[in-house]
Design a protein around this ligand. Structure first.
Ligand code: SAH
Length: 470
């Protein structure tokens, strides 16, 4: 069973730091079910590929098991030595444990950085669902996928197709995320398990699914298959995920929105921010526009009133906010030719969503700072890598300005649900990273009245897709 991971971000041999395995060495590890070997098939500045080869000892495994009963033959004749399965997950956690947990003592910033990565699994069983199911698992996470199905036996084409695929998954993603996705989803595709599932497995699923499983469109299937359809365990896993969901940032923070607005009201910032974003959208010439994280729909109402925009789509993760937005839009008095152009979608910006692909422009106003930092990479992939609007207009607070808000205690964020607030330099660095990774050019504008020392209260980036700048 072979898994390779390739990066092309220079210096590509940094992959060795992340995996804690030196590119010049071949290393072997004893596992309970056989041996794992790690080696690099290429290691240059431009391109580096680490290989994890598992040598599963099927005979040794069969001998370890007693009471084999009538499964005797199946214990000796099976696909375990060749196909990716939960053995791979065990090996990932034992051989690449630090990388899987996202830690890299010597180069911590590298573990936090999304890298162009390609994972290749030479024989991945996709039982019950085939390629369609494979895609439904990895595409929402932002991967580009190539899958080649293998016949059961090339000498006997009449035997038909096997469940095995050679699969390549590509994304610009943190290595820890890639490894967690493989850890959980390979056994889900295999749909078999070499050991009995216990409550420990629920913990592993929740731990390695942290930050992405909760809102995955296939989460029920994933939990059911991962836990071998053990009803009680599946229920408990889904229950734990639902608790996460119940802490809808908005539900708890509705009052906070108001507090943030009050705090900023000295400069009536929000109104100005929306006017500036509207002007930038108008100037871009966009016709079909998205408002991502539209909240209660303030910008949507402005867009709805301008005939330049022929299609307006608001997306938010909070059902409550969408309900309020709908009511407000319905109350808006518009000429007949303009009404009914605004569509609202319930969705999370950290999951690939075909419904938001192919738009001229997208606005993301005061949303990014609500995302958990480890999910930023997913957001970038979904928006700039998959949805790819021609123009992206994104605003976020300038943290340096916080010292000018008299009512804000030092070191606090403007809103209790903000996961971070960036300085001007941090925002610029993030923007540049996005441009390099996804082929956009950016201009950053100040937003609000400028203070000589700490700048403006908010900042706005206007990204233009490179094929539109030429
Ligand atoms: N853009 C609006 C609302 C900003 S408040 C305005 O300027 O008035 C932030 C909004 O982002 C909230 O409505 C919240 O529900 C939404 N949000 C937070 N995380 C999200 C996610 N992962 N996907 C989609 N929306 C999200």
């Amino acid at each position: 069973m072979l898994l390779t991971i390739t990066t092309t971000r220079s210096p590509a041999t940094d992959l060795g730091w992340l995996l804690h395995k030196h590119p010049d060495k071949v290393q072997s590890f004893d596992l309970t079910f056989g041996q794992a070997h790690v080696f690099y098939s290429e290691a240059t500045d431009e391109r580096c590929t680490a290989a994890l080869l598992l040598d599963v000892d099927a005979v040794g495994l069969a001998r370890q098991r007693r009471n084999a009963g009538n499964e005797m033959l199946a214990q000796y004749v099976n696909d375990r030595p060749y196909a990716a399965s939960s053995f791979l997950s065990v090996a990932l956690s034992q051989v690449f444990g630090s990388a899987l947990n996202g830690s890299c003592k010597l180069k911590p910033e590298l573990a936090e950085t999304p890298l162009p990565l390609v994972a290749r699994l030479t024989a991945l069983p996709c039982r019950r669902g085939g390629e369609r199911f494979l895609r439904s698992l990895f595409e929402p996470l932002g991967y580009a996928i190539t899958a080649t199905r293998h016949p059961l036996d090339t000498s006997f084409p009449e035997w038909g197709e096997s469940p095995y695929f050679t699969v390549e998954l590509s994304a610009t993603i943190r290595l820890a995320e890639l490894l967690s996705h493989l850890y959980v989803l390979v056994p889900v595709l295999d749909d078999e398990k070499h050991y009995w599932v216990s409550t420990d497995e629920v913990d592993k699923l929740l731990r390695h699914g942290d930050g992405w499983l909760n809102a995955h469109p296939e989460k029920e299937q994933i939990a059911a298959r991962y836990l071998k359809r053990q009803g009680k365990l599946v229920k408990s896993a889904l229950g734990a995920l639902a608790v996460d969901e119940a802490t809808d940032p908005d539900e708890a923070a509705a009052a906070q929105d108001l507090a943030e607005e009050r705090l900023e009201s000295r400069v009536s910032l929000h109104e100005r921010r929306l006017a500036t974003v509207l002007a930038a959208l108008q100037a871009s010439g966009a016709k079909r526009v998205l408002d991502l994280g539209c909240g209660e729909g303030k910008l949507l109402r402005l867009l709805a009133a301008d005939p330049q925009f022929t299609e307006v789509v608001g997306v938010d993760v909070s059902v409550r906010a969408l309900e309020i937005a709908r009511q407000r839009l319905d109350r808006q008095r518009l000429p007949d030719n303009l009404s009914g152009r605004v569509k609202l979608l319930h969705g999370a910006l950290t999951y690939r969503d075909a419904r938001i692909e192919g738009f001229d422009a997208a606005a993301i106003v005061e949303v990014i700072e609500h995302l958990d930092p480890p999910r930023l990479g997913a957001f970038e992939r979904v928006l700039f890598g998959c949805a790819k609007p021609g123009v992206v207009i994104l605003t976020t607070p300038n943290r340096e300005y916080n010292v000018r808000f008299e009512n804000l205690p030092a070191g606090k964020f403007r809103h209790s649900d903000h996961r971070f607030e960036w300085t001007r330099a941090e925002f610029a660095t993030w923007c540049e990273g996005v441009c390099t990774a996804h082929g956009y050019a950016v201009r950053i504008d100040p937003l609000g009245d400028a203070d000589a020392e700490v700048g403006t209260p908010s900042q706005m980036a206007v990204f233009t897709r490179e094929d539109r700048t030429r």
